[in-house]
Design a protein around this ligand. Sequence first.
Ligand code: AMP
Ligand code: MG
Length: 478
Amino acid sequence: MSKIISEISKTGWRFNNSYVRLPEMMFSRLNPVPSKAPKLIILNEILSEELGLNFSDVKDDHLALMFAGNLLPQGSECIAQAYAGHQFGYFTILGDGRAIMIGEHVAKNNKKFDIQFKGSGQTPYSRDADGRAALGPMLREYIISEAIHSLGIPTTRSLAVVTTGESIIRETFLPGAILTRVASSHIRVGTFQYAAIKGDINSLKTLVNYTIDRHYPNLKNLNNPTLGLLNTVMEKQIELVTHWMRVGFIHGVMNTDNMAISGETIDYGPCAFMDTYNPETVFSSIDHNGRYAYFNQPGITKWNLLRFAETLLPLIHDKKDKAIEIAEETINNFGTVYKKCWLKMMCKKLGLFEEVIEDETLINDLLTWMKQNKADYTNTFCSLSKENVLKDKLFQDSKFLNWYQRWQTRLTQNKKSKQLSLNLMCSVNPLVIPRNYKVEEALDAASINGDLVPMYNLLEVLKKPYDNRQEIIAYQSP
Ligand code: AMP
Ligand code: MG
């Protein structure tokens, strides 16, 4: 055992744990529940390198022990975090019910990352659930989060997946697994909701200061840092949801406990990318009312930010009425700011530089046509950057041809070259996304047959979603 510990100590872990210095009510100290027979399924070598970690001298079996939490790296201090959240609109006290944060690793650039084991067993926040996770969903989070990262969208990352050697009970018996999630922090809107509901203003203040120190240190110098935090989190979330809209990503469970203050995409559950363009698309089978449908995502972002603002009121102003007025004034800007970001992003998708007033209609007319003609969201934008776009049968439609002419005329108003316009389109319109059937195919092969090749191939293709090359063709059809 000591040999393995010494092996692990040479991999570059550098912990500097700060969350454990927050008020004690914010977390519980406990280690992961050891797994029976951990086995390494996948390790993200590129991410390891980015984090300043080198696992090449450690045997897979030993890595499995480490990523299962059976053997913890030196300097780690394990906790489950407390938080609350609005789930589908209803407030609940939650907390890490199946995850343990083993500590904050300081990477090469001195940036700090939470290292969390998801699926690591019961905690004081598990309620009646088993604290475990199945291999399929953990690999799914690995694939989609890494794809989101490669698409240039802020997200938590995935460092490794191990199986536990134990079966877990869902509708059937499934192989248990643990995902190592890397996040710039796990502070959520729900973390603030938890601190606020406890009614201790000093703890709330400590959390605000901690968050500002960790993520937005520039805000410290403002007259009202709390208001600065609200404004900044709003900006970050608008940026994030605009990215999701750009690539057709549907998060699926935008509960307030799944909204990170860092602005990273977090908690990949029943998320997916839209194929056919339909703004009402929903993937989660439990989202009966379409609360988290594609086109509702910006509105829900605003709703969640309102919940965030409510937690901050006592620190925004001493007088409640005044605090509400200030917070409302801030959040009321959401619509205008989001629309501006969305328009700018959509203009890029169409290769338009300086926006003109008519662009919004041009964009909406294309989207309407796409919806009516059940066009694939990703592939339509890819086709637009092709010379021979009109050869495709789908586009030989009088409504589309009319739109196309208007777009061509609009392109001539660009003050930059056609090539630059094309480059702009190619930089924001992915050629390849994790298509649902490809993801399912890879997960089935891995979970049912133990065949990891389809997953490796998929991950390889998703690493460069904007690069045109032969290998992607098999991954492009809806
Ligand atoms: P999520 O839907 O992943 O955002 O989780 C919502 C809440 O349920 C969080 O507090 C999770 O920790 C908890 N949770 C989800 N699955 C489990 C499980 N299998 N065991 C214990 N807690 C769970
Ligand atoms: Mg969650």
